[in-house]
Ligand binder design. Sequence first.
Ligand code: NAD
Length: 421
Amino acid sequence: MTQSMLQQAQTQLDAAFQYANIDEEARERLLYPERTLQVSLPMRHDDGTLKVYQAYRCQYSSVMGPYKGGIRYHPNVNKDEVEALAFWMTFKNAVIKIPYGGSKGGVCIDATKLTHREYERLSKLYVEGFADFIGPDTDIPACDLYTDERVMAWMFTEYRKIKGGNPRDVITGKPVPLGGIPGRRSATGYGAYYSLEFILENYWDYLGLPERANRDVTIAVQGFGQVGFWFAKKCFEHGMKVVAVSTINQGFYDPRGLNVRVVREALDSNQEPPGQKITNDELLALDVDILVPAAIENVLTGDNADAVKAKMIFELANGPTNNDADRIFNQRGIKVFPDILCNSGGVCVSYYEWLQNRHAQEMSEEDVDKYLKMKMQDASRKVVERHLKLNVPVRTAAYVLAIKRLAEAIQCLGTKDYFTA
Ligand code: NAD
């Protein structure tokens, strides 16, 4: 029987429990979401028709602090997907060590077909539906697939209208004039770059990567949105060879390396980007050092894992590698650096945004970047050290780190030993 996305995610957790040495009760608590709310959003389209869309918010764990997680608009959104994404947020926040639990939200809709007015209406309806479920001290949403700063601004405005006051700390990823933080847009991509740079500089030999200068590495990036673009840009600016990038429609490949800024400018102005055209499937099978899935989940599966030629996979999307592919990569000695480490820079900077809103202060872009880099390097070092010490896959090592932090918090409430003593 095929596993649901949440079951797949929990299998990753199971692999780590035996190395984490935590109390059985903590394990039991981490296996289930605390709650999930489903709401029907009746939306009137510009042509006068009314359609009802299903919206969700899963609050997986509040052990470490208020729930925190983005909201996505995508046709694949359902209860299972949102719960799996909230699960990953819980462990990601623990890996990067910020005082948040994990949550996620979404609407099952193809947002590319919406007009601007419909986009605004949908975003405000989402907040109306979940206003009593979210809040600055309870659950703090943010951007994700097909939701951006503008959507966060609409959602913030709607929340204010319903609840009163000016609670800027209710949502992160806002535009800077509305309390957003400089550097949030690029945070996930830049954070991933800092993690990759640190790993290549410090663990090159241990990782069994080919003998080449760091800067010579070749990289293919699937997905050229908020995450993939900023990551590719930073790699390009630091002299790494980004040989391929792609959007949902197609990819562009040049073995000598693409000028990432030129590709962006071409796509933004509906021009033809440079490079040979390739499909997303071809991109995943390119002979590169590092493959970076930065689009959506489940793109690397048992069906295409054998075709992957990269030596290392750096997961920027959430859940891009399913468990069958993960098993194959482990057998083939391909190192998979997991989403809960690699893409944690976004929520890290969201945390700084929340802090500055709570204190009515402003952080400079330089400080944001400095703290982001420190956090990413610290988490990367701790994960890779566990990976080497325990001799387990990097993903399992990241879960061991997160589980230990979560379990310590759970155990503070008392265990069976305490209550039966
Ligand atoms: P985005 O909407 O800005 O960009 C997504 C990109 O992927 C686009 O280039 C799109 O064309 C491409 N794409 C979409 N469907 C595809 C498909 N089927 N095949 C190939 N390419 C496809 O989204 P984003 O914010 O960049 O998020 C990308 C991933 O990163 C998601 O999994 C998201 O959950 C994760 N993530 C995002 C953030 C963040 O800060 N935005 C933080 C952590 C994780």
